[in-house]
Design a protein around this ligand. Structure first.
Ligand code: HEM
Length: 454
């Protein structure tokens, strides 16, 4: 049996580069240790094994609810999302809750969200500054937050909506510091500290969430939003979800469902705008599919190159670079015998950059997704198995709606000296400096210009 290789360093020394220089760290480790290596995290007594061979990812994603737990690995998100968050649950409880949350995020429901996504993007674009450099990430974040707030609560305006929006932005900003991914730093050391501000912001957001839950329970007001659905859901014993469970699921959907997609969109624009011919091809496709000038959601959804562009963005720049499971029994993975209690991690980033899977892996090439279909353990930006992201269909659909609207309604370029690099924002890896862009024009006439010049 081969021994697992890894750096013979204490956890603090490997943790620092993993937190602050995650991608160079992962690349260096992969160069030294092909397919798998170990690293220590302070929270776990056993070293974690990081796998970056697709076959090992396949084995890990095939594990059942009693074989491996993801909730225990995600426990670090507990103070923000709450104990009843889908991300933190395991076993039967997880499956039950997942079943409840799936329907509104299922592929068939997407069509009902498209027009809203497009309208929100157009409204945002109307406020973008022209011919000057601006960070697009925060604008995209505002769009995706508005989208998810409407899908979750069914409300789009009013005092609650605005106050909740403000608090969520504040909470997100406060959690971007990677140090808060280390449990020992999740401590309230008094006023003026970041964690204290976070606790206060969470408290205010909770008051609003609980207030809305109670209001809806007593008024009986229902719509086609996720909260309405969860309020009426019953478990096998006929019991409804408690207020605490509802709060944790709402917070999970709001947190997991907007910054991730905004980051993917920022990366998408970064790569699309580096190729004039790709911009022209994407616009031409929108025209050919009849999605222009009105931006019809069902026609945008049919655009194959746009879909491939979203997939290639998530391949080259996965927003979440690693997912993990805590093994509940001894088992063999990737040819190694692992003990119960071992964290088995899958490096999405490293698998996506394997030249044997993706030739010339650092090149942005959406056509590779038109030429070939990749298996779920080869293209895995949303993780896999019974823990795969429940927002996958929603996020891909939203990316396409927002990118199509931006391509149709603006002419953008990357600024001179505007090179960006990868930075960690909490659990996500985003472009630095808020992804600066310049909007040259804002109208729809360029659609024809693009077509003529292509
Ligand atoms: C581009 C956007 C997104 C990316 C890259 C992403 C990525 C991920 C990843 C990697 C996981 C962990 C999967 C695993 O452990 O195997 C996950 C889980 C999850 N995501 Fe997403 N996500 C995105 C958008 C969304 C959206 C839009 C929502 C909700 C509307 C969402 C809700 C969730 C939830 C609730 C889980 C926990 C699933 C479970 O444990 O069963 N995500 N996501």
């Amino acid at each position: 049996m081969p021994r697992l290789p890894g750096l013979p360093l204490p956890s603090a020394l490997t943790l620092l580069p993993f937190l602050y220089r995650p991608l160079p760290f992962l690349e260096a480790m992969a160069k030294r240790y092909p397919d798998a290596f170990t690293m220590r995290f302070p929270a776990n007594p056993k070293p974690a094994v990081v796998f970056h061979h697709p076959d090992a990812a396949k084995e890990i994603f095939a594990l059942g609810p009693d074989d491996a737990h993801a909730g225990q690995v995600n426990a670090v998100l507990g103070p923000i999302l709450g104990k009843a968050s889908l991300l933190l649950l395991d076993g039967k409880e997880h499956l039950r809750q997942r079943k409840l949350l799936m329907p509104p995020l299922h592929g068939e429901r997407m069509a009902s969200y498209g027009a809203r996504m497009i309208a929100l993007t157009e409204a945002s674009i109307a406020g973008w500054p022209a011919r000057e450099r601006f960070p697009v990430h925060e604008r995209l974040q505002a769009i995706t937050l508005d989208v998810i707030l409407r899908v979750v609560f069914g409300i789009g305006e009013g005092e609650l909506f605005h106050r909740l929006r403000e608090r969520l932005v504040e909470i997100l900003e406060l959690t971007t510091n990677p140090i808060f991914l280390v449990p020992m730093f999740q401590r309230d050391l008094g006023p003026l500290t970041r964690w204290n501000s976070l606790v206060r912001a969470l408290h205010k957001a909770d008051e609003m969430l609980y207030g809305e839950i109670r209001r809806r329970r007593t008024s009986g007001e229902r719509g086609d939003d996720i909260l309405s659905l969860l309020l009426d859901a019953r478990d096998e014993a006929g019991e409804p979800m408690s207020d605490g469970e509802l709060r944790d699921e709402l917070m999970t959907l709001l947190a997991a469902g907007h910054e991730t997609t905004a980051t993917a969109l920022s990366w998408g624009l970064r790569w699309i705008l580096s190729s004039k011919s790709l911009v022209a091809r994407l616009v031409r496709e929108l025209e050919t599919e009849g999605a222009l000038p009105d931006l019809a959601p069902e026609r945008i959804a049919r655009c194959a190159l746009l879909d491939a562009t979203a997939r290639e963005t998530l391949r080259l720049q996965p927003v979440v670079v690693m997912v993990g499971r805590l093994l509940q029994r001894p088992m063999r993975i990737g040819g190694y015998d692992l003990e119960a209690g071992t964290p088995a991690l899958v490096s999405i980033y490293l698998i996506h950059r394997r030249p044997d899977l993706y030739p010339d892996p650092t090149r942005f090439d959406p056509d590779r997704f038109l030429r070939q279909r990749f298996a779920p353990h080869e293209w895995l930006p949303f993780g896999g198995g019974i823990r795969r992201c429940i927002g996958m269909a929603f996020a891909l659909y939203e990316m396409k709606m927002i990118l199509a609207t931006i391509l149709a309604r603006t002419e953008l370029r990357l600024p001179l000296f505007g090179k960006v690099h990868e930075v960690r924002r909490g659990v996500t890896i985003a472009p630095s400096r808020g992804m600066p862009l310049v909007m040259e024009r804002r109208d729809s006439s360029r659609i024809h210009d693009q077509k003529d010049s292509a």
